[in-house]
Design a protein around this ligand. Structure first.
Ligand SMILES: Cc1cc2nc3c(=O)[nH]c(=O)nc-3n(C[C@H](O)[C@H](O)[C@H](O)COP(=O)(O)OP(=O)(O)OC[C@H]3O[C@@H](n4cnc5c(N)ncnc54)[C@H](O)[C@@H]3O)c2cc1C
Length: 336
């Protein structure tokens, strides 16, 4: 079988940092591929808080996370990088192809060849914490959800939300005028959500049942019709008539095999880089939440990832062409 095409740059992870890295790589004329484990772009913004407003992206007094992702995708479309979704990179090895030393990125069943790599894998590929209770698995995706990718299934519905962190509280607030009725249950009486969000929630008419847990989900013909909840101190049970259950009890994020790629790690979650976002592997860079510059404590914000994306892409350009300048010129001077 013929070797796959050798790209100039391959980006691992299509969160905000990865998408913006692809934009800068496009500005530098690099043939770029971006590989994402999830079925959609946006990383944490798409999965953890798509409907939340972000206030600290320069130039946007406020913007919904999902809208920022959509605008980043619109911005990068100018350069038409190749996107690969639903593929998790598991190996990174140095190989020779067409008489050239390149990197080979492997996933189950696929291989990608590239001259340079930027790892923008964030907090890793994450999976929701699951509840093992009767009825949950049977209705998952059809009335029982761990993510909200789309608000439409909740329109006019009676909704039970399970959890006490930011995600559960934010969805209560976000869906309160969308669902016909919301009940929140949390197994403790302390919430981990932001105080301002909790204040808004307390001022709403959403019942917040603390020390209550989900016991069972009921339904028929592929539709949820109710849930049994119980008071975890007294054992009291209640049956709620609900059409949907949203379980937001946290996520597990895992860097998976990344730690075995021979990268110098600052700690179990971060790849050590220099000021050019270069790792210890030649031609391999890291940026965004996964990067720790000089091993120092990272500032895990979107804006930090954007700046690091610009640095990494321009530094990668110099690996491909050592005569190239780091400075890309001003985009305002381009005729696009
Ligand atoms: C609830 C919440 C609210 C936040 N609010 C703000 C805010 O208001 N302002 C702000 O600046 N920041 C905020 N943040 C932080 C911000 O979301 C992160 O700093 C940002 O998402 C980091 O972007 P990233 O691209 O580096 O990583 P991520 O967004 O984590 O994206 C990484 C991507 O890489 C993919 N990936 C991982 N491993 C692999 C692999 N092996 N192969 C292929 N793909 C892989 C993942 O699936 C993921 O899509 C918030 C975070 C949370 C959780």
């Amino acid at each position: 079988m013929a070797d796959p095409e050798i790209f100039d740059l391959t980006i691992i992870g299509a969160g905000p940092t990865g998408i913006f890295t692809a934009f800068y790589a496009g500005l530098r004329g690099m043939r770029t591929k971006i590989i994402e484990a999830l079925p959609e772009p946006g990383g944490q913004l798409a999965v953890l808080y798509p409907e939340k407003l972000i206030y600290d992206v320069p130039g946007h007094p406020k913007i919904l996370a999902k809208d920022l992702v959509q605008q980043l995708m619109q911005q990068v479309a100018l350069f038409q990088p190749e996107f690969v979704f639903g593929e998790r990179i598991e190996t990174l090895t140095h190989v020779t192809a067409n008489d050239e030393d390149v990197w080979r990125l492997g996933s189950s069943g696929h291989a990608h060849l590239t001259r340079t790599v930027v790892i923008t894998a964030g907090i890793g590929a994450f999976t929701p914490n699951r509840l093992d209770r009767p009825g949950i698995d049977a209705f998952e995706g059809e009335g029982v959800y761990y993510f909200v990718k789309d608000k439409r299934p909740f329109r006019g519905k009676r909704l039970l939300i399970v959890g006490g962190g930011d995600t559960a509280v934010d969805w209560c607030l976000n869906l309160k005028d969308w669902a016909s009725e919301i009940t929140l249950i949390h197994r403790r009486d302390e919430f981990r959500a932001h105080e301002a969000s909790l204040t808004s929630l307390r001022m709403s008419d959403i019942p917040m049942l603390t020390h209550w847990e989900l016991k069972r989900v009921h339904g028929a013909d592929g539709q949820v019709t109710g849930a049994t909840i119980f008071e975890n101190r007294t054992g009291e049970e209640r049956n709620l008539d609900v059409d949907a259950v949203l379980i937001n009890i946290g996520f597990k994020a895992s860097l998976g095999t990344i730690s075995s790629w021979g990268l110098d790690l600052a700690d179990i979650r971060h790849i050590r880089t220099d000021g050019f976002m270069a790792t210890n592997l030649p031609g391999v860079f890291a940026a965004g939440d996964i990067a720790a510059v000089d091993g120092s404590e990272p500032l895990n914000l979107i804006v930090t990832g954007f700046a690091q994306a610009a640095i990494a892409a321009n530094a990668a350009r110099r690996v491909i062409d050592p005569a190239a300048r780091l400075f890309p010129g001003h985009s305002s001077e381009l005729r696009l």
